[in-house]
Design a binder for this molecule. Structure first.
Ligand code: NAP
Length: 286
């Protein structure tokens, strides 16, 4: 399995993909931190040129665990990530989520943690994840007052997650010069076209898919129409929509081409016809 992951990593880098997003919480139990460890190993063992290796940017996310209550604890978390990755500096150090919804007093420690890791040169840039428009404006202002630019905001964003909150966030990002990075661009797989109400994935996703998939026929038909016309896969078209919105930049076959404005409209109006959209990440603030 790790070998397969490494081959996919090598293929991606050889094809010009150079941003890899991970988190210090990816990998549970005895595999805690394993995602960062593997990424570090893949970079070290990358069989290509030094220039290709040097172009790789690691974005990792620091969990707002309840016991991380001071900025120093976030700096410590950042140093642990650097050790697992075995690199000198993280490309983008991100807060994985905001605690504003349930532990507002912890929030300032998160913000100061980002400032401290940036000032110490442990991260080249800082970003956030699961911040809604209001909270994003607040942290942007705070970081600016401390001389730290906010580089990116990562949220769920796809043809199944383009509601009012996400579009407002996108507008705020555009106006402040923050890069929006979309996660779950395939709606956890629902926008790949390979699942139907009678063909569900194993595990907990099935519960969610059972609620949403029955209403997705118009959107999946639109995706298939565009995919056939462009000789692409349904997944590549769904990701290309994210790319056209300026929120994603990868997944090989989705690269090197652009949907036309008419195709974008066709997909969005089909998405609007879907009775149920993705459930928002409970950690995303307003
Ligand atoms: N910041 C956050 O809080 C947060 C939260 C969630 C995710 N993320 C990030 O976002 C990344 C991706 O999102 P995601 O995994 O949640 O969801 P996603 O990309 O929307 O969906 C992933 C699923 O789509 C299917 N898939 C992917 N590529 C495909 C292809 N080419 N053809 C057909 N099916 C394909 C696979 O389903 P099967 O497994 O069924 O084959 C895969 O598990 C994660 O790696 C993570 O780093 C961040």
């Amino acid at each position: 399995m790790d070998r397969e992951l490494q081959e996919i990593f090598n293929l991606a880098v050889r094809n010009g993909v150079n941003l890899f997003d991970t988190a210090d919480s990816y990998g549970t139990g005895r595999l805690n931190g394993q995602s960062e460890r593997l990424l570090g190993k893949f970079i070290r063992e990358f069989p290509g040129s030094k220039a290709e290796r040097d172009s790789i940017v690691i974005a990792t996310k620091f969990a707002a665990y309840p016991w991380r209550l001071t900025s120093g604890q976030f700096v410590k978390a950042c140093k642990s990530s650097l050790e697992r990755l075995e690199i000198e500096q993280i490309g983008i150090g991100q807060l994985h989520w905001s605690t504003a919804n349930y532990a507002p007093l912890q929030e300032l420690a998160l913000w100061d943690g980002l400032v401290a890791m940036y000032e110490k040169g442990l991260v080249r840039a800082v970003g956030v994840s699961n911040y809604g428009a209001n909270q994003l404006v607040k942290i942007y202002g705070y970081l600016k007052s401390r001389g730290v630019p906010l580089c990116s905001a990562q949220v769920q964003f796809s043809l199944l997650s383009m509601g009012k909150d996400q579009l407002e966030l996108k507008a705020v990002c555009d106006s402040l010069g923050i890069r929006l990075i979309s996660y779950s661009p395939l709606g956890l797989g629902m926008l790949s076209g390979k699942y139907t109400a009678s063909k569900l994935p194993p595990g907990p996703r099935a519960l969610l898919f059972r609620q949403i998939l029955p209403g997705l026929d118009p959107l999946l038909s639109s995706l298939r129409r565009v995919a056939d016309r462009r000789r692409k896969t349904v997944s590549q078209v769904a990701i290309n929509w994210c790319i056209c919105k300026g929120t994603a930049e990868e997944n090989l076959g989705a690269l090197g081409w652009r949907l036309t404005p008419d195709e974008i409209l066709e997909l969005e109006s089909a998405a609007d016809d879907s009775p149920r959209q993705m459930i928002q990440n409970i950690f995303q603030t307003r």
